[in-house]
Design a protein around this ligand. Structure first.
Ligand SMILES: [Zn+2]
Length: 340
């Protein structure tokens, strides 16, 4: 009797909270070649079979990474100061605009879009993030200084080589290469991407020191920017994968506020996202444990959780994404921007 009551209670509850009697239809996105809005599909790139086509892990200590792109100094009319800006920016990289002395930047417009400016280490800065899919070519940079002077220059966006790796499949643990698996993945990813898109960034930067790597021992297993062919389309990997056994301590790359600390079981797994202000965000995926919650203010170097293998992965690792103005850029190049 009690049992019967319980069962009918559960059914009533299921109906009340809207659990569908019939399975919900999930629309599978059609194959596409435009990768602009498929940023987080990048995660598929982690599903490369352990044998065969996977790039062999490469140890890349920070010191051996490419230097920031060469910058040019443009003398300013009214003072002895110069505007420092890159001549060219690789797709997926971040260009830095600064001056070597006062006056400060007032307004920076790149390709018709105003980019926020801030002061770091006593100098004005602007970060121009170039989407991995931005068309190579020459774009206008227009800078207005606080003394009223205006400088215009052209910046070239250079094509990034995107090595292709071969087909990937959905892991068995989230449904395998079936319609169910695909629906699980797409639904989970859409949820995560919507949460990321809805983040409201702080109006000022939340940090005064350089960004640091999220792990002590840096071994990159899959770099930023390669493409994964699924036959019908190519999915870009818009983050960096680090070798990390389950339970490896992860730290906040800089001070900020936690905006997401949530499990997306069929895509990013346990994910922590920290807002560092002015549209700069760090995203830590596939964690085994999350030690922070939404709204927490975190300090640079503070433990935010442990790495793991949750979500869409073929093995334990940390996937790190860094967004600047909504664009996922190469995390390792971003770290290099903070060298003096
Ligand atoms: Zn990854």
């Amino acid at each position: 009797m009690v049992k019967l009551f319980l069962i009918s209670g559960i059914i009533a509850l299921a109906i009340a909270i809207g659990l569908a009697i019939e399975p919900r239809q999930v629309v599978i996105a059609p194959p596409q070649t435009n990768t602009q809005n498929t940023e987080e599909l990048a995660i598929i790139a982690e599903q490369i079979p352990a044998t065969g086509t996977q790039n062999p892990p490469v140890a890349l200590p920070l010191e051996t990474l490419p230097e920031p792109l060469p910058e040019t100094k443009i003398p300013l009319a009214a003072t002895k100061a110069s505007l420092i800006a890159p001549e060219e920016i690789l797709q997926g990289n971040v260009g830095r605009i600064t001056t070597d002395d006062a006056p400060f930047l007032k307004k920076v417009v790149f390709d018709g879009v105003e980019i926020p400016t801030f002061v770091y280490a006593g100098k004005p800065r602007t970060f121009i993030a170039i989407d991995l899919a931005k068309k190579p070519g020459t774009y206008d940079l227009k800078t207005t200084l606080t003394n009223g002077e205006t400088i215009s220059k052209k910046i070239a966006v250079i094509e990034r080589k995107k090595p292709l790796v071969e087909e990937v499949s959905i892991p068995e643990k989230i449904g395998g290469n079936t319609e169910v698996g695909q629906n699980n993945y797409l639904t989970s990813m859409n949820e995560a991407n919507t949460d990321i898109k809805n983040i409201v960034t702080a109006h000022a930067i939340t940090w005064t020191q350089e960004f640091i790597p999220p792990l002590t021992n840096i071994t990159i297993t899959n770099p930023y920017g390669y493409g994964v062919s699924t036959g019908a389309y190519v999915i870009p990997h818009k983050g960096t994968d680090f070798k990390a056994a389950v339970g490896t301590k992860l730290v906040a790359m800089n001070s900020g506020v936690v905006k997401i600390s949530k499990n997306y079981p069929f895509s990013y797994g346990n994910m922590v996202v920290i807002d560092h202000g002015l549209g700069i965000e760090t995203l830590y995926l596939h964690l085994s444990r999350m030690d922070v919650k939404v709204g927490d203010a975190v300090a640079r170097g503070q433990t935010i959780g442990l790495s793991g293998d949750t979500g869409y992965v073929s093995g334990p690792h940390l996937h790190l994404s860094i967004k600047v103005g909504g664009i996922s850029i190469d995390p390792m190049q971003f770290l290099k921007l903070f060298n003096p």
